[in-house]
Design a protein around this ligand. Structure first.
Ligand SMILES: *Cc1c(COP(=O)(O)O)cnc(C)c1O
Length: 418
């Protein structure tokens, strides 16, 4: 097995874990997490029903995670396979919560109400939100993309107007999904203002913090995270910024009984202590791994609260360094300026003329060339109608030398392409 993995698997990881890998939001696994994964796999607890110490551990680390994020002390929830699943669980819980309030959980009342549900996210939302909406039976036309302001944050006035217009049209707005760190540019939506709209109109406020959900721990970001304790739910993805081995996400819900309302189902062949809350009552999974709880616990124990804050600050510092290098570079131009550690940039005007190809082709070709040379890796993203370069810092091993390597590689690729 070692020979096989050494020869056929380990050399082909799409670069994840390499310190000069700047694409998407992938991190290397924490050493503590790798050992914990092996141990928990050997214990092999099924963390869905009954009692098991790893379920107690899960409840504990979920509370730890919620406390790190700055959520209300009542918060509970479950660990998931990742952010997509956490978004799905929270949207499902929001839907049930809303329909229960209207006495519309079954029968014609359900059909009538369900056919009028509308939800809102910004035009920068991760595609997993649309996927979750599709799974809970919300068609695309009733999932509204709220425009963003120049800083790519949700335009709250536009949100308010869209909710009011939908109410006036007889529709039933039930949920807003905000971004705590948009995938494309790292924008953090105005949390308190969005909660204000939700409270006024009876909507659930779910925040997608798969990437940036723990930003409150970073002093320079903390002001943007005021109001996290007023959210109804939050997605956090420990397998991103915390380097917990894939896959470990979390659905954190301020009133966890709302998850139980949505996901508690019983069967005679699973008779047991009905008073004891099974973890499967909080999610769509029954047989669930204990690996998530132990890997997260081990990683948090290893880092400690200050270690988590330092790690997130490390990403911020490197992104700031990259932005400075891009600004100083005569051939490059910065497209966005934070706040989260992703840097979108392009070839400066004057360096991209005289080429017959479109901009899109230019930056795609440039990224491909960097990727193919194999010394650094970055991605592309659509930005103001143009495809530009995108470099995200999410690796505890990355240093300023790796950032320098990336820029050298971009320069080399640009020279080659001209
Ligand atoms: C990565 C990401 C997701 C999806 O999380 P997975 O763990 O890949 O399922 C959702 N939302 C945002 C903002 C993300 O960055």
């Amino acid at each position: 097995m070692l020979d096989f993995v050494d020869r056929a698997i380990a050399p082909y990881p799409t670069g994840n874990g390499h310190p000069a890998f700047f694409a998407w939001i992938n991190s290397p696994p924490s050493p503590a997490g790798v050992i914990a994964e092996l141990l928990a796999a050997a214990v092999n607890a099924t963390c869905g029903m009954g009692e098991h110490a790893l379920m107690d551990l899960e409840r504990g680390v979920v509370r730890d995670l919620a406390a790190l994020a700055g959520m209300a002390p009542t918060t509970g929830g479950v660990l998931t396979s990742g952010g997509s699943m956490a978004n799905l669980l929270c949207l499902g819980a929001a839907r049930t919560w809303f329909l229960r309030q209207r006495g519309a959980t079954d029968g014609p009342a359900y059909d009538q109400a369900h056919a009028r549900l509308t939800a809102y996210h910004s035009d920068q939302a991760h595609m997993s939100v649309a996927k979750a909406a599709a799974v809970i039976g919300l068609p695309p036309w009733r999932l509204r993309a709220v425009p963003t302001t120049a800083d790519r944050r949700m335009d709250v006035d536009a949100l308010r107007a869209m909710v009011d217009a939908d109410h006036a049209a007889g529709l039933l707005p039930f949920c807003v999904v905000s971004n705590l760190g948009s995938t494309a540019t790292g924008a953090v939506d105005p949390i308190e203002a969005i909660t204000g709209v939700c409270r006024r109109a009876g909507l659930w406020h779910h925040a997608d913090g798969a990437w940036g959900g723990l930003g409150a721990l970073v002093p320079e970001l903390a002001p943007l995270y005021r109001g996290v304790d007023g959210l109804d739910s939050l997605t956090v993805d420990p397998h991103k910024t915390l380097s917990v081995p894939v896959g470990c996400g979390a659905a954190l819900v301020t009133d966890p009984s709302r998850l139980r309302d949505a996901f508690t189902f019983r069967a005679s062949y699973l008779d047991g202590d009905q008073d004891w809350p099974w973890m499967s009552d909080y999610t769509v999974e029954l047989t669930r791994p204990g690996t998530r709880a132990l890997t997260l616990w081990a990683t948090l124990r290893h880092l400690g609260r200050s270690g988590v804050a330092d790690l997130l600050q490390h990403y911020q510092d490197l992104a700031r360094y990259l932005r400075r290098r891009v600004r100083e570079h005569p051939a490059l131009e910065l497209c966005t300026d934070g706040p989260l550690p992703v840097v979108c940039f392009r070839l400066a005007a004057g360096y991209d003329t005289g080429r017959p190809d479109s901009q899109a082709d230019l930056h795609t070709a440039l990224a491909s060339h960097v990727q193919a040379r194999g010394r650094a890796y970055l991605a592309t993203v659509r930005h103001d109608g143009e495809t530009v370069l995108r470099a995200c810092v999410c690796n505890y091993l990355t240093t300023t030398d790796d950032v320098d390597t990336l820029l050298q590689e971009v320069q080399t690729a640009a020279d080659h392409l001209w």
